[in-house]
Design a protein around this ligand. Sequence first.
Ligand code: NAD
Length: 300
Amino acid sequence: MILLDGKHIAATIRQEIREQVEQLRAAGCRVPKLVIVIVGHNPASETYVANKMKACAEVGIEAEKRAFEASVTEAELLAEVARLNSDPSVDGFIVQLPLPEHIAETAILSAIDYRKDVDGLTPANVGRTVQGLPSIVSATPRGIRELLARYHIATEGKHVVVIGRSNIVGKPIAMLLMQRPYLSLPSMSAASLGNATVTVCHSKTQDLASICRTADIIIVAAGSPKLLTADMVREGATVIDVGINRVDDPASPKGYRLVGDVDFEQVAPKTAYITPVPGGVGPMTIVSLLQNTLQAYSND
Ligand code: NAD
């Protein structure tokens, strides 16, 4: 069993990005710029935004936070999106979700220019991904694909089972892995990604265990601790655990610890490759945002 060390791979990619940004600076070019729009004072969102700002600073990407009170109107936020769309000094921007209830998320996301949509969540980017056109892929699926590529885990002809059908993980990763690979994407090191036979499972799927047992690769993004147990995994399979769940742990100073969706202790010995939680997909997600920002900059 080989651990897919997302922490290590993410550090390698950060170093690659740092060098690329440094080269731009040395050549007298402006550096890439990311703007993060945050609305209200959701503590989790504030932590995510702080982490993203820090990640940018570490690699030399310019990052700017634009904070709005929760009382901001949809029209005011749409005006900000329009302004960022047309600001040539901004390569990419994200609107941190969730938004307050009086603002329609779809209206805001749909208004973002897909070339600056470094979260890859606009209908335009998702549509382009579906059609196999160059697009900005949302961070977690991009990170999973990168992790597979860096460990030379080919997906061509393999049966991939995806558990979860969310817009941010399940649907896009399924779409990416079933595509004919398109090599124009930056930083892909394996030509044999894509071309998989993909089965997408969800909460209404019947006999999940039998379907999983036919998988060469299982990607779990359900948000349910120990959903994937050893009897559901065949010997030599690859398991990618996207889940992040807090479980009570009186022995931990925080009183809880983070676990994925996989019964790691039981499943890991059966696998060829498996991601740990934490330290697997999570670090890849953050670094993917940096890659997307660089991609948006280069597409100018
Ligand atoms: P979600 O929470 O929007 O939806 C969960 C999906 O799992 C649904 O499609 C549901 O049908 C399916 N599901 C739930 N229970 C199931 C079951 N028992 N059997 C089969 N399918 C089941 O999904 P999400 O936003 O993709 O998040 C999923 C998990 O991934 C969460 O734990 C989230 O915190 C985590 N996550 C991690 C990262 C990361 O960077 N590591 C990024 C995004 C999400």
